[in-house]
Design a protein around this ligand. Structure first.
Ligand code: SF4
Length: 380
């Protein structure tokens, strides 16, 4: 373990034992503690070397914790991966909800990705040793082959398969819960007001489960990893504050997404959310996650608010990518213009070129530390 810190005085790995609960002598209460790091003791950890960019990625699918490290004498921080570590996949453009701000523009007329394509994609991602997939849409649970697709991804070796949904009825069926979440799955429920949080809480607790924070550990088989996801600007400030209060009351983790001006988002005028960081601080909301779009929009403000640069990055496509399985295209993010995406109709070979347009030098200024960058944002 000492190898992690060699050559980097800013990193300390504190070992310990479970015989007593005294602090390690090198523990510094002012230091940033990365408590959700992958740890030994779990047999589900993934260690994967990126030979092209010469770094190791440690990933714990139980908590989503991820650590990138290099043993290079040059102390270079990884700037990107040769194969995406995380892939967002749009499995359908069908959705009945009709949200006015939907940046996908999904409707009841939306198409599903073909099963033939999805099954081939699962094999490709497995062969490419992709660690994590996040399924979205449209409404991914409306896809008739969603169970099969998730099962194929897991069988192919993808360690964690997560999804976003507006549906909760599957929580009343234990078999569906097992098929959708398996051992490491996590889901994000989209909310656009505090009542959504009530619905999520009720659906989980009334079916005999508890809510587990996406980054938290639990040995309780009834603890479900769930988060609520909210698009910034959908609510006016007072309602946004109510949402935070409700999340605190119900102990639900929120993921905030930057507003995207695509799809129906082109015509939706978002409420001013420029003060969201201060509102979060004032509310005492304990833990938030944000997407890259929001981090990019508020990078300066986040740094001014003393949010560590080790906890977020602002460039899409460095370690992740987006596959639109409906239109069979690949791009850096879910709001990339369709005509700027590359075809992924003949699946082989395209995946490791996903970030060809990406400029590693430009990305360097956004790097987190000499060794590591995290994908989640413990904000406060
Ligand atoms: S935002 Fe989500 S839930 Fe709403 S219409 Fe779009 S895909 Fe459906």
């Amino acid at each position: 373990m000492h190898g992690f810190g060699v050559g980097n005085d800013g990193v300390k790995i504190l070992g310990g034992n479970d015989n007593d609960d005294t602090s390690h002598p090198l523990y510094d209460s002012d230091a940033e503690v990365l408590s959700n790091m992958p740890t030994e003791g779990s047999n589900r950890l993934l260690a994967k070397k990126d030979d092209v960019f010469n770094y190791w990625m440690l990933y714990n699918p139980e908590s989503g914790a991820k650590l990138r490290l290099s043993f290079s004498e040059k102390k270079e921080t990884p700037t990107r991966s040769s194969i995406p570590e995380l892939i967002d996949i749009k499995v359908t453009d069908y959705c009945e909800m009709g949200c006015k701000f939907c940046y996908m523009g999904s409707t009841k007329k939306g198409r599903h990705a073909s099963w033939k394509y999805l099954s081939g994609l699962a094999q490709l991602l497995g062969q490419s040793k992709v660690a994590e997939c996040a399924l979205g849409g449209g409404e991914p649970l409306s896809h008739p082959d969603i169970f099969n697709f998730i099962s194929c991804l897991r069988s192919a070796g993808v360690k964690a398969v997560n999804f976003t949904t507006r549906q909760l009825d599957w929580l009343s069926d234990p078999q569906s819960v097992q098929k959708l979440l398996g051992e490491n799955g996590c889901f994000a429920y989209s909310v656009d007001d505090e009542k959504g949080l009530d619905r999520l809480h009720k659906a989980i607790t009334e079916n005999g489960y508890t809510i587990r924070h996406p980054s938290g550990y639990s040995r309780d088989e009834k603890a479900i990893r769930a988060t609520a996801q909210y698009v910034m600007g959908v609510l006016p400030e007072d309602k946004f504050k109510q949402l935070l209060e409700k999340a605190k009351e119900l102990e639900i983790s929120l993921t905030f997404l930057g507003f995207k001006h695509t799809g129906r988002g082109v015509h939706f005028k978002p409420h001013d959310y420029s003060n969201w960081i201060q509102i979060l601080k004032d509310s005492g909301y304990w833990h938030a996650r944000i997407d890259t779009a929001l981090a990019k929009e508020f990078e300066k403000e986040l740094l001014e608010a003393d949010v560590s640069a080790t906890t977020f990055h602002t460039d899409e496509g460095r370690f992740s990518c987006w596959i639109d399985a409906v239109n069979q295209k690949i791009g850096v993010s879910s709001y990339t213009d369709l005509d700027k995406m590359k075809p992924l109709d003949k699946i082989p070979d395209t995946l490791n070129q996903y970030a060809d347009n990406f400029d590693p030098d430009a990305a360097k200024k956004y790097l987190s530390t000499k060794f590591m960058s995290l994908t989640s944002l413990p904000l406060l």
